[in-house]
Design a protein around this ligand. Structure first.
Ligand code: HGY
Ligand code: MN
Ligand code: MN
Length: 410
């Protein structure tokens, strides 16, 4: 039987996306399943149930990564796909979830067609891809790829003070499968673009050939609390002012450097955070990214110089701690070309792309040939309940995944 005419069942994929989106949904309609939370457990349980219904062999490893395996006609290294189902606090329904559920839809389609691929196919759900609760991001796939020792991952403390290992055990996903469970033959991740390029250009598929570097830092500023009314401006050691100054510097840095440089101060907490008290302390979380490693290093150095000068000028002490640092990743040109060819063969427009976001595929690229498939995000919005991708684009991406995996598993 030829597979040329094979297509996924879009309605079934959309229905699973709706079911998963409802788990951990907030009153504002956001997906909130922070890694290793009760909501994450509920999402995991739902995906495992779907895996079992599809007759997959389900295994969980020591960092809670979940694998659903569909046997091939030969016991060879598997072709893997997958993504994550943990979300940020104000997540959309497609980020991560779409790649996992499209993977399940591909296997469901093969089951219905009675097709057996030569290589086994595996759908992976990686733990804590977002890194929002437990730093760094892509934590589960980083451990899987040998980039972070399991013991160190276990000792990671969340932003709400919990130990990773305790939370993994608490939700029942401290598995015993070895790490790495498979040395894959290849890995392909399907994901929404989360940026505006495909949407603006009216292109359906992105064949992702590289991914930019990421630098996350925690910056602690120690000033001196004092009375907001009685303290002359020249005598202040105001951590609140310093926090604002860092935010303004980051915007200047990105615009001066131009190119792909981006800079974000996504989290700021002041202490004691009261209207009439000059802030004693500020904790900032800063995200720098660039496609070129030397430029990312330059951005980090310029931030460090700014902080040194700010500390001297304002009479505060400033400490920084790296939370995540990943160099830019070049994906496998052969797999990216296969994705482009497959998209064109299915009659879709496509274009080569760089990923602005981090993804599990960047860690899997350390183990095997890997690349990504993007579909458009309407207005480039993501990490926001307004995140949206047109149903026909969701179906197109899943069909490209289906035929890319079939070619790799042949
Ligand atoms: O931070 C990222 O790029 C991804 O959303 N974890
Ligand atoms: Mn994601
Ligand atoms: Mn994300």
């Amino acid at each position: 039987m030829t597979t040329t005419g094979l297509r996924i069942d879009a309605a079934r994929l959309l229905a699973r996306l709706d079911t998963l989106a409802a788990i951990g949904m907030t009153a504002e309609g956001a997906c909130c399943r922070l890694a290793l939370s009760d909501e994450d457990r509920a999402g995991r349980d739902q995906v495992v149930q779907w895996m079992r219904e599809l007759g997959l062999a389900v295994q969980v490893d020591g960092i809670g990564n979940i694998f659903g395996r569909r046997a091939g006609s030969e016991e060879l290294a598997p072709v893997m796909t997958g993504s994550h189902i943990d979300t940020v606090r104000t997540g959309g329904r497609y980020d991560g979830n779409y790649g996992v559920l499209a993977g399940l839809e591909v296997l469901h389609t093969l089951n219905e067609a009675g097709l057996r691929t030569r290589r086994p196919l595996v759908v992976a759900v990686f733990t804590d891809e977002e890194g929002a609760r437990f730093h760094p991001d892509m934590l589960g796939s980083l451990v899987y790829a040998g980039g972070l020792p399991l013991a160190q991952a276990y000792a990671t403390r969340s932003i709400d003070g919990k130990l990773l290992r305790d939370e993994l055990e608490r939700i029942g996903y401290l598995g015993d499968a070895p790490i790495p469970l498979y040395a894959p033959h290849a890995f392909v991740e399907l994901h929404i673009e989360q940026g505006p390029v495909l949407d603006i250009e009216g292109v359906t598929i992105g064949a992702v050939h590289d991914l930019q570097g990421i630098s996350w830092q925690q910056i602690d500023i120690q000033g001196q609390s004092n009375h907001a009314g009685t303290t002359p401006m020249r005598l202040r050691h105001d951590a609140g002012y310093c926090a604002a100054a860092v935010g303004c510097f980051l915007r200047r840095l990105a615009s001066e450097m131009g190119g792909s440089q981006v800079a974000t101060m996504g989290a700021v907490t002041l202490h004691p955070n009261l209207i009439n008290v000059i802030a004693a302390r500020a904790r900032l979380m800063v995200d720098l990214r660039n496609t070129e490693e030397p430029l990312l290093v330059q951005a980090e150095q310029r931030l460090a110089q700014f902080l040194e000068q700010l500390a001297a000028d304002e009479g505060v002490t400033i400490e920084t701690r790296s939370l995540a640092r990943f160099e830019p990743v070049r994906f496998d040109a052969g797999v990216a070309a296969l994705i482009a060819r497959t998209a064109l063969g299915l009659g879709f427009t496509q274009r080569p792309m760089t990923s602005g976001a981090g993804h599990d595929a960047q860690m899997m690229a350390r183990l095997c040939p890997a690349a990504m498939i993007f579909v458009p995000s309407v207005k480039g919005i993501s990490h926001n309940p307004a995140e949206h991708t047109a149903p026909e684009h969701l179906a197109a991406g899943a069909d490209v995944l289906l035929h890319t995996l079939l070619e790799l598993a042949a």
